[in-house]
Design a protein around this ligand. Structure first.
Ligand code: HEM
Length: 286
């Protein structure tokens, strides 16, 4: 892995450290909110519940985000043309003066929202390797329910698997097993970038909307992931900030982040594929 970013001339550390001046916190964090809830709802929010909630957030938000981030890098390294496209998008924007921070290379959330190829890469990684490995369960209400034309008695546990849903050919195309970020871009069928007519554009928007609405990596409905926006913030900022700054290739990447990319091995060798392990979270193994 090589530094792509010019070193800062200043003597200060490039990234903030604990020694840096502490800035006042403008937003309360989750723990502060739980403690505040204890003050306003003492009958419900006990000390025990404050601890449980804080620990649950750490569990729910760490491995899920790590799995999703590592799959973004895994698929980029496995598909060098996608990595090249993404770097080209980032570098072109940088040359146009699009990014505000040219000292540390950090990309803001707002800036990350105008990088269409980055968006396509992240969505495609979520599609091929969604973090939840087991079905997302729901209990049918006592009255029963008709699901997909079939009556299911009350109390039955039903559920959907993101791994199955994300591979529906009628939604995502015949090549569902292929990492192809272009499927998330308007006019993906075109060999070269051309201006789409109004009708074609509407068709394309409908196709992408249908794919977006089918994605299940964060679950769906009333019990959907409550940390989704935190994770998206982390992922959409980290990937471009990291790639602005470092040039990565697989063996060194493996050396630097062994746990993050466990199972990556030598991308050209026998261990070039992940072995997916199933569980609550779909992890990978050597
Ligand atoms: C990429 C990262 C993440 C993924 C893929 C993910 C995935 C999921 C999934 C699939 C569910 C179940 C949804 C359902 O049954 O419909 C869920 C629920 C939940 N997630 Fe996440 N999550 C992520 C990050 C986070 C973070 C950062 C937090 C907290 C800070 C968090 C907190 C929760 C909580 C508390 C629930 C339970 C919600 C409920 O039952 O009402 N998650 N997550």
């Amino acid at each position: 892995m090589a530094e792509r970013f010019p070193k800062s001339d200043s003597q200060k550390s490039i990234l903030p450290t604990s020694a840096d001046e502490l800035k006042p916190v403008s937003q309360p964090d989750l723990l502060s909110k739980f403690i505040q809830a204890k003050a306003t709802h003492p009958d419900f929010m006990t000390d025990n519940l404050v601890t449980t909630m804080a620990v649950s957030m750490a569990f729910a938000g760490s491995e899920t985000t790590a799995i999703s981030l590592s799959s973004v890098f895994y698929y980029l390294l496995k598909n060098p043309h996608c990595m090249a496209n993404l770097l080209s998008e980032i570098d072109t924007k940088a040359k146009e003066g699009y990014f505000k921070d040219n000292e540390t290379g950090l990309v803001t959330w707002q800036e990350s929202q105008n990088l269409p190829y980055l968006d396509a890469v992240i969505k495609e990684a979520f599609r091929l390797h969604p973090a939840p490995g087991l079905i997302l369960e729901r209990v049918v209400p006592a009255s029963g329910a008709t699901i997909a034309g079939r009556f299911v008695p009350g109390g039955t546990i039903v559920g959907c698997s993101a791994w199955v849903v994300h591979r529906r050919k009628e939604i995502f195309g015949e090549d569902v097993e292929v990492f192809r970020p272009e499927r998330w871009l308007l006019g993906e069928e075109q060999d070269e970038e051309i201006e789409l007519g109004k009708e074609d554009k509407e068709k394309e928007e409908k196709r992408i909307k249908e794919m977006t609405g089918t994605m299940l990596q964060f679950g769906m409905g009333a019990r959907t992931c409550i940390g989704k926006n935190i994770s998206l913030l982390e992922i959409y900022k980290l990937v471009p900030s990291f790639l602005r700054r470092f040039e990565v290739s697989s063996p060194l990447f493996l050396f630097i982040f062994p746990s993050l990319v466990s199972g990556l091995g030598n991308m050209d060798g026998e261990r070039s594929e992940w072995r997916d392990g199933n569980g609550l979270m779909a992890n990978r193994f050597d």
